[in-house]
Design a protein around this ligand. Structure first.
Ligand SMILES: O=C(O)CCC(=O)C(=O)O
Ligand SMILES: [Fe+2]
Length: 182
């Protein structure tokens, strides 16, 4: 929560806008195991996606490379550093910050040498909350770039879709021809 509060503060956001979503939010953990693969060039450990949450903190456990982030259209490997976490911005942070903190597209590759392990903890808003750009960031000069949606409906929508790059956050983006109903 502290991390989220500081990120909001850096944008001049009313601290309540972050608290109301995340204070009673959900924290989940998962562990990813990628066994060695005889043909790594034709396989993928985890296909390209952005995390559909607020923030992800990731630990690459056994010093095997595999995580890559997409930077300016190019896949960049993130070398594991001992005792260092990777913090990834998720789609919900992109929406709440009204696009100022864009979520990062990433994927995990596999290799033929050794298995790879990662532990991930994700921070999500409370399920009965409402997701949308933080009201304190909006003005006539900075109109909302994303639609408002209940958090539960957001996750329902997410799980009926295939994991595919940043397609879901793009789907929630207000298109130039759409009337703003907020
Ligand atoms: O294993 C990794 O490094 C990436 C895992 C990941 O992106 C995820 O669990 O969302
Ligand atoms: Fe991820």
């Amino acid at each position: 929560m502290k991390l989220l509060e500081h990120m909001g503060k850096a944008l001049g956001m009313d601290p309540n806008d972050m608290r109301v979503l995340f204070e009673e939010g959900l924290q989940a953990m998962r562990m990813n195991y990628y066994p060695p693969c005889p043909q790594p060039e034709v396989a993928i450990g985890l296909s390209a996606h952005s995390d559909p949450v607020g923030l992800t903190i990731l630990l690459q456990i056994n010093e095997m490379e595999g995580l890559q982030v997409k930077k300016s259209g190019v896949w960049v490997p993130i070398r594991p550093l001992e005792n260092a976490f990777v913090v990834n911005i998720g789609d919900i942070m992109e929406i709440v910050s009204n696009g100022v903190y864009p979520s990062i597209e990433h994927r995990a590759t596999v290799n033929s040498v050794k298995e790879r392990l990662s532990i991930v903890t994700v921070y999500s808003p409370r399920l009965d909350g409402e997701l949308g750009p933080a009201p304190s960031l909006l003005s006539p000069q900075t109109p909302p770039l994303f639609k408002r949606i209940g958090v539960a409906d957001y996750f329902k929508g997410l799980y009926t879709r295939e994991l595919h790059g940043k397609s879901y956050v793009d789907y929630l983006r207000i298109q130039p021809h759409e009337t703003n109903t907020n």
